[in-house]
Design a protein around this ligand. Structure first.
Ligand code: FE2
Length: 288
């Protein structure tokens, strides 16, 4: 069992960068750095936590899962190889691009690229948000959460909970949707796996959640989205399971950014796994 401490970073292939740069910087408040084919987004002291690459189609390029030391990374590599999984060591160029000390990668369910790493680079310069916000909730909780469609949700859940230290948070079943929520630290979920419902295809990247430190950060972004006529997937609402108050921005590449405040934290010593029959307590209606 490999102890994963957080989702440290994520990479996404996107078909559009200009509007994304605006949304991440001016609406969400990330610090964005752009070159021709790549957008880095910084949300805390680290060099970056998100990278977006110009591509022909949208997909999750990789998830960066953190382990606690270089020794732990070596042990993880040995363990995965012993289990017969194919593991590749990062090249020097990949380590530099991700801004980590070392990294290995493997293919997870639905060919999702999982990167295990240690040693995320911390920037000398302070984080400079793209607009005035209280800040992002990251630190030991990691970047946020990722939601994926799985061809076999139960097999994918076994993969993440048997090879890695992901633990069950809860389930939501509604309409045609089945969702399993997994945590690896107190953040309610770092990874959620859904059946390929609502027109999603297996392996499809549905959304990335960014959590901010104040409800006002969310409210001001919500105002901006209305003023700027930025499309939404779901309106403001509150989730049943993680109790996050959030809304979902629709990016032009097709994935969503959930922008939220106030998610509950899991204490593994005293956690009840529940089954919910709806994702929302209120709001979160599908936007036209
Ligand atoms: Fe979410």
């Amino acid at each position: 069992m490999i102890n994963v401490t957080q989702l440290g970073y994520a990479g996404v292939n996107v078909v559009e960068l200009d509007a994304l740069e605006h949304v991440l910087g001016k609406v969400c408040g990330a610090e964005v750095r752009r070159d021709d084919n790549r957008l880095y987004a910084r949300v805390d002291e680290r060099h970056h936590r998100m990278a977006f690459y110009a591509a022909d189609r949208m997909s999750l390029a990789y998830m960066g899962l953190e382990v606690e030391s270089l020794d732990a990374l070596r042990a993880a590599e040995d363990e995965l190889r012993r289990k017969g999984l194919e593991v590749t060591r990062a090249t020097a160029a990949e380590r530099e691009e991700r801004a980590v000390l070392d990294m290995i990668h493997l293919k997870g369910p639905d060919d999702i690229r999982i990167e295990l790493y240690f040693g995320a680079l911390v920037e000398k310069q302070p984080f400079k948000p793209g607009r005035a916000i209280s800040g992002f909730v990251t630190g030991d909780l990691g970047l946020g959460h990722v939601v994926l469609a799985s061809s076999d949700r139960e097999a994918a859940t076994r993969f993440y909970t048997e090879h890695f230290s992901f633990r069950l948070s809860d389930y939501i079943f509604w309409d045609e949707a089945e969702a399993t929520f997994l945590h690896c630290n107190p953040r309610h979920h770092t990874l959620a796996l859904m059946n390929p419902c609502f027109g999603m295809v297996p392996g499809q990247f549905n959304h990335l959640m960014l959590q901010v430190g104040s409800l006002d950060d969310v409210g001001r972004a919500y105002d901006m989205v209305h003023q700027m006529k930025i499309p939404m997937v779901m309106t403001l609402g509150r989730h049943t399971n993680d109790q996050m108050t959030s809304f979902y921005i629709r990016t032009e590449s097709g994935f969503a950014i959930e922008y939220g405040y106030g998610g509950v934290e899991v204490d593994d010593r005293d956690w009840d796994v529940k089954v919910f029959n709806a994702p929302g307590l209120w709001g979160h209606t599908l936007a036209a």
